[in-house]
Write a protein that binds this ligand. Structure first.
Ligand code: G
Ligand code: G
Ligand code: MN
Ligand code: NA
Length: 253
């Protein structure tokens, strides 16, 4: 919990940064978006993994400010790409807690305006756990976010409790097949079958599908044949710091 109290100062000091992992169109291999992943370079403890401090931020009620900070960094970059005529969508992860914050929609709207980024270029990644919550499902937060023009993506799909029929009732645009299934695809028929089923069902519901954790060529080939729309994983690229992403983009065009 000591760390938690340092979080605010860490944001002010620039210890909290983001990296971007490219996501490509499965058919054309064009880059279509990047996922923003937060990093904490602690002066004494070194790199602290997000899995550790995000949980902490939630516990001490500071996930809101952290999310705003990440959104701010992501949209600032997005604006700079726009200035260079690169219309790249940027995805930001939202923890379940964020959806319960009454001012979330307003904060997202203000952030888009502040950076002059159209909502169409923002993707918010939600976890399955957050949308099975009754208050989220019965409330208007997802519809209100969607009304800003942004897209909603269901992260880690297949590991939680949501069903595709629930997804149909919510304004969700795409699902991300959890990497635990994708990682096993080249060696296990069972995993491949799960991926195929998710893609078929999602397409029948009019949703796009992203596969994350694509690490090898065989998996890429299988997913593309299954009609998966977008691919993300170490085969395409690791998460990259801003300067490296620009080099990566240049090298591909
Ligand atoms: O690279 P990776 O170790 O970044 O991410 C580990 C986990 O942390 C993933 O589940 C990812 O979704 C989550 N994560 C990364 N960045 C953020 C963020 O900005 N907000 C939230 N809520 N989760 C994040
Ligand atoms: O939960 P979320 O999907 O937001 O987490 C993204 C996480 O997945 C990050 O920690 C990122 O570094 C990791 N990741 C991205 N691509 C790959 C991959 O190809 N293989 C593995 N093992 N992890 C990946
Ligand atoms: Mn994610
Ligand atoms: Na995921």
């Amino acid at each position: 919990l000591q760390l938690g109290t340092e979080l605010e100062q860490a944001m002010a000091d620039g210890q909290i940064s983001v990296v971007f992992q490219p996501i490509i169109d499965a058919r054309t291999s064009d880059i279509v978006s990047v996922e923003t992943l937060v990093r904490w370079a602690h002066p004494r403890f070194g790199a602290i993994p997000p899995d550790d401090f995000i949980h902490l931020a939630e516990q001490i009620g500071r996930i809101g400010p952290l999310t705003d900070h990440v959104l701010d960094l992501a949209l600032a970059r997005c604006r700079r790409w726009l200035n260079q005529d690169i219309a790249l969508s940027v995805a930001v992860n939202l923890s379940a807690r964020c959806l319960a914050e009454p001012d979330l929609v307003e904060r997202v709207q203000r952030a888009l305006r502040r950076h002059g980024v159209p909502g169409e270029l923002l993707i918010l990644e939600l976890t399955e756990g957050s949308v099975v919550d009754d208050s989220v499902r019965s409330g208007t937060v997802l519809t209100d976010l969607h009304a800003l023009g942004l897209r909603l993506s269901m992260d880690d799909f297949g590991t939680g409790y949501s069903s595709l029929s629930q997804l149909r009732q919510l304004p969700i645009d795409e699902v991300k097949i959890d990497k635990s299934f994708v990682l096993g695809m080249s060696t296990s028929q069972g995993e491949s079958f799960i991926a195929r089923s998710i893609i078929e069902l999602a397409h029948n519901l009019g949703l796009r599908v992203v596969a994350e954790g694509v690490e090898d060529e065989l998996t890429r080939k299988l997913l593309t044949e299954m009609g998966c729309d977008k691919l993300q994983g170490f085969l395409v690229s690791r998460p990259l710091a801003d300067e490296m992403l620009e080099k990566w983009l240049l090298a591909r065009t």
